[in-house]
Ligand binder design. Sequence first.
Ligand code: ADP
Ligand code: MG
Length: 428
Amino acid sequence: MTDLPAGYRALDAKALANYLAELKPVALRLGGSPQSWSIEEVGDGNLNLVFKVHGPAGGVIVKQALPYVRLVGEAWPLPLSRAHYEHMALSGQRRLTGALVPEIYHYDERLALIVMELLEPHIIMRRGMIAGTVYPKFADEISTFLAETLFHTSDLALTADVKKAMIGAFSGNTALCKITEDLIFTDPYRIAKLNRWTRPQLDPYAERFRGDGDLKVAISRLKLKFLSSAEAMLHGDLHTGSVMLTAEDTRVIDPEFAFMGPMGFDIGAVLANFLISFFSQAGHEEGPGARDSYREWILETFTSIWEGFAAKFLALWETQAKGDAYPSDLFQGPLGVARLAGERQAYMQRLWADTVGFAAAKMIRRILGLAHNIDLEWIKDADMRARCEARVLTLARDMMVNSGDYPTPQSIVAAARHFDQWQPPLGG
Ligand code: ADP
Ligand code: MG
């Protein structure tokens, strides 16, 4: 590797202990001597090294980027600069949302390394939902996260100079954006080496999607929006594997895909993962119907996430619109106020339509593309898994191509209930 910055080296447990011992506030937080610290590499993600460090007084997480994709190895290089963007996004999200993301204790640009708050006893949300765990506060907390991070980094809140500086600051995260552009917006709709799906059961679906002109137009419109609409700072990978939580406390982690993009991409990511979880329940329940009340919670939460987001976003717009968009001079007097109120509703309707499309894109990529979700992957019976996946695909295809048929979250909930009862034909 020739392009490694001077001073970069991937740390092992021993090197990490020596490194942390020199960071006085971190060493104090851990307590005791470096010899007494336990260090465990826990990265279950695809890209980076993640160490959990415990000392007698407390713990920290250390996340270090590697110059390649961890899952694949050196054959797939990936820039270390992703740690820079992750740190920048995490700092911004921390400022905007308080404790909805981990606290940062230390950042080392040369080592592409972040030392942050150890979330304990939090677990990855996806795993909790596979186990059927209800999270009563999640809809409220994630809708706050979305409203605060998206509103305050948009032209509704920022003056044009500040907004353009943000676009500049994130514009170098091209390698991570390219992963999304390929794996979400392109590969599932063409023959691509990295694609995989449950075979032979889903062969007819994969083939049909590759020949579906309406679908290819719809995904290409979404890709264009992803490429060109710098609406707000996105997390960029906001699935239920990027949330760690308990019944009491929700945290969003892992914003290395952050960039200035279309808001519906983040909102859609959360909603897509709720729909995937909904359809996967048939593969996890003890017997048919055993998870019915859990299914209800998922669908109620699905609706509450959008409704909570919309209410909070509109409230911010009404009270904190300091940006250059919609100049107040143009909307004076009762008529102007009414006109602006109507326009806000139209804006939210457009954002909802984007959200539906991006959610659909995220659902399809998890079934026909490279990276799958354990919600579905852990269903051992391949026919059962394929039935769940075919339901996800069929709803997602309709959401993307006929998005006008889904003007509200309730309309998607109704369709999800319908498709959950449907017995899809399988190939093979
Ligand atoms: P990657 O970008 O490689 O996917 P993640 O940031 O998703 O890495 O972290 C990988 C795993 O490490 C998470 O799934 C989680 O289990 C653990 N992890 C990451 N950050 C924390 C944290 N702050 N506290 C506790 N565990 C964490
Ligand atoms: Mg990641």
